[in-house]
Design a protein around this ligand. Structure first.
Ligand code: ADP
Ligand code: MG
Length: 242
């Protein structure tokens, strides 16, 4: 059972690059353990929102609140957040074990504790038979799992996934969808998942957030959005031809 929380509140979050406002006052309340999917066209601000939540970009206005604490000024490593990108950079010369262990080595965790954590993560991700191999010997899906392993080994409260499967082929994507859903179930962690794939959004989400031009166009459960899209834009993103 998880003891940590993972509640996230965005309060009128705005982001400008120079004179251009790309996130225009986003307010969103995400519950502990919720799986929320962000969808929307390229350039609507999905990655920028994730980067602000992770602390990789400053917010221009508004607040990011995690478990009741305003984190606007907290550096990324102090936020309890893991972010998994589409291009995952593994260390090719290191074993799978060392790739996953890397963040714990940086923290100088004692060896026995580190080994227990890496072994636990490898088991969840079904990498336990691969720990001594190098990334080059793995399939694309296995490499992506190593990248996820490296993100989860620090036991974050909140996971942010930015189109993590878009480089994989269709069959692998389907496998990874199931694995991520299982991971969400096993860890009971809060997850925000960005995709432009309607199938992923419909099948993985507890709740979908449709973004358009820096605004939230609509948010709701997948079937709510499917049956009651507020406008044509939302309908087109959820795959309802009506
Ligand atoms: P998405 O992930 O939904 O495709 P992004 O968050 O990457 O969208 O980008 C949202 C908007 O912000 C785009 O118009 C993009 O060009 C702009 N943008 C993103 N990052 C920067 C940056 N560092 N400097 C200037 N403009 C940026
Ligand atoms: Mg993006």
């Amino acid at each position: 059972m998880r003891s940590v929380l993972g509640q996230l509140y965005l309060n009128k979050v705005t982001k400008s690059f120079g004179d251009v406002e790309v996130i225009k006052g986003v307010t969103l309340d995400i519950k502990n353990g919720e799986f929320v999917v962000f969808v929307g066209p390229s350039g609507c601000g999905k990655s920028t929102l994730l980067r602000m939540i992770a602390g990789l970009d400053d917010v221009s206005k508004g607040d990011i609140v995690i478990d009741g604490e305003k984190v606007n000024e907290l550096p990324p490593v102090k936020r309890g957040i893991a972010m998994v990108f589409q291009s995952y950079a593994l260390y090719p010369h290191m074993s799978v074990f060392e790739n996953i262990a890397f963040p714990l080595r940086v923290e100088k965790m004692p060896e026995d504790e580190l080994k227990a954590k890496v072994d636990g993560v490898a088991k969840v991700l079904q990498l336990d038979q691969r720990l001594q191999q190098k990334p080059g010997a793995l399939s694309g899906g296995q490499r992506q799992r190593v990248a996820i392993g490296r993100a989860i080994v620090r036991e974050p409260k909140i996971f942010l996934f930015d189109e993590p499967l878009s480089n994989l082929d269709a069959a692998l994507r389907a496998d990874m969808r199931l694995e991520l859903t299982k991971l969400h179930h096993d860890l009971a962690a809060t997850m925000i998942y960005v995709t432009h794939d309607q199938v992923e959004a419909m099948t993985m989400a507890d709740r979908i957030v449709v973004l358009n031009g820096g605004f939230i166009a609509q948010t709701g459960r997948p079937l709510e959005l499917y049956h009651k899209p507020q406008n044509k834009f939302v309908a087109s993103f959820i795959g309802n031809p009506k």
